[in-house]
Design a protein around this ligand. Structure first.
Ligand code: PLP
Length: 407
């Protein structure tokens, strides 16, 4: 007698996360067969030889003996105070430890906050391209993603008029990812002010994913949203994974700002959902104070001569030298998101291209359409490898694209 297959949640069929999807599975299979791959699919600093700063490791080691109990569902008081202080220094209004939520990475808090907010059929305005967890978490919490476009011809910046035109009676929130994954765009203050005005007019929650806030190149500036949002309810996300190269510790936070009276119910909902999962990973919370108030360890990596700076230069130079590639230079974050253009782009399919790069060139990249975009001629690479590795990757990319252009 055959055992019937278990049914799963139907809306999962709408969810994709190709950064760790089919191509990554195929890559593992090839590695199992002895192939040596260059995998640029995940923004995982530890996988490229980066280590979390020693003073953060020490902060955990020094406290490890006191990390066995659960903490408060919103996080250790001292960690929350460190985050609130960091936000107060930035000008976030009403940032107090009571309004800080520490989670198992920003990932958990994206899901938890959308669960706290949405009723079935509610709409969330998301950037396209997005970091696909935002779409997935919206869908799995019974919401509907509505995308505002961030087009390459506009430097991947959104058009506030378009955002305003997409607001409906069901809209509950506007999500921003700044600095952006996958595009590396950073949003200027005037743009943020216009988006805040839309949220104010329609009583929407502002949700700002700022996990790359301190990863900035050249003269790029990061403008935190919360100080601009003022009294409006705003949830700002940050964490240790990227700026502090500690993805595996699973430490992220969300700070609720604005007039407390306007977000009291939402605060309670977040607190309840936090309580249901008891608490976040405790050891990692002991590194938060040092991360936010200790030595700046990211700037040496993004400044001229630094490793991330040099790899980004290699990306820019490779795209400049190619007739087949066009790049909007990333101003922040850990990725390049080039477009395939010209003859090589005729009949181009980003997924087929990524598969060809994997099968024939031993390189794993992420097709641009994985980031919920309407176009199919982009791909994403992470800037985490050393510059010579990225140069080698782009030599292989060029080989494939030149063949296509000549065909
Ligand atoms: N938000 C963005 C824009 C990301 O790129 C990532 C991870 O790549 C996350 C959130 C999740 O980060 P965490 O490790 O804190 O869960």
């Amino acid at each position: 007698m055959s055992i019937p297959s278990l049914k799963t949640r139907e809306r999962l069929s709408e969810v994709r996360y190709e950064i760790r999807g089919e191509l990554a599975r195929r890559a593992r299979e090839l590695e199992g067969q002895g192939r040596s791959l260059i995998k640029l699919n995940i923004g995982n600093p530890g996988a490229f030889g980066f280590r979390a700063p020693e003073h953060l490791q020490r902060a955990i080691a020094d406290h490890i003996a006191s990390t066995d109990p659960y903490t408060h569902q919103q996080g250790l008081p001292a960690a929350r105070e460190a985050i609130a202080e960091f936000h107060r220094k930035r000008g976030t209004p009403n940032a107090s430890p009571e309004r800080v939520f520490v989670g198992n990475g920003v990932s958990e808090l994206i899901d938890l906050s959308l669960r706290a907010l949405l009723n079935p059929g509610d709409e969330v305005l998301l950037p396209s391209p997005d970091y696909p967890l935002w779409s997935a978490a919206t869908i799995l919490n019974d919401g509907r993603p509505v995308y505002y476009r961030c087009l390459p011809e506009n430097g991947f910046l959104p058009d506030p008029d378009e955002i305003a035109s997409l607001v409906s009676p069901r809209t509950r929130a506007i999500v921003l990812i700044n600095p952006n994954n996958p595009t590396g765009a950073t949003y200027p203050r005037e743009l943020l002010e216009r988006i805040v005005a839309i949220a104010a007019k329609h009583h929407l929650l502002l949700m700002s994913d700022e996990i790359y806030d301190e990863i900035l190149y050249d003269d790029a500036r990061f403008e935190p949203l919360a100080p601009i949002a003022g009294d409006l309810p705003c949830l700002s996300f940050g964490g240790l994974s990227k700026v502090h190269r500690a993805c595996g510790w699973r430490v992220g936070w969300a700070v609720l700002s604005g007039d407390p009276l306007a977000s009291g119910d939402f605060h309670h909902a977040m607190d309840l959902l936090g309580a249901l999962r008891l608490c976040a990973n405790v050891p990692g919370q002991f590194a938060i104070h040092q991360a936010l108030h200790g030595e700046d360890t990211i700037r040496p990596l993004t400044a001229p001569g630094g490793r991330l700076y040099e790899t980004r230069r290699a990306l820019i130079e490779a795209c400049e030298a190619s007739e087949n590639l066009q790049l909007v230079e990333p101003k922040g974050a850990l990725y390049g998101f080039p477009a395939v253009v010209g003859d090589a782009a005729v009949g181009f399919d980003d997924h087929a291209f990524a598969l060809e790069m994997l099968e024939h060139e031993d390189v794993l990249i992420v097709p641009g359409s994985s980031f919920n975009v309407p176009f199919r001629n982009h791909f994403r690479v992470t800037l985490l490898p050393e510059a010579p590795v990225l140069r080698e990757v782009f030599a292989r990319i060029e080989r494939v694209l030149s063949r296509r252009a000549d065909a």
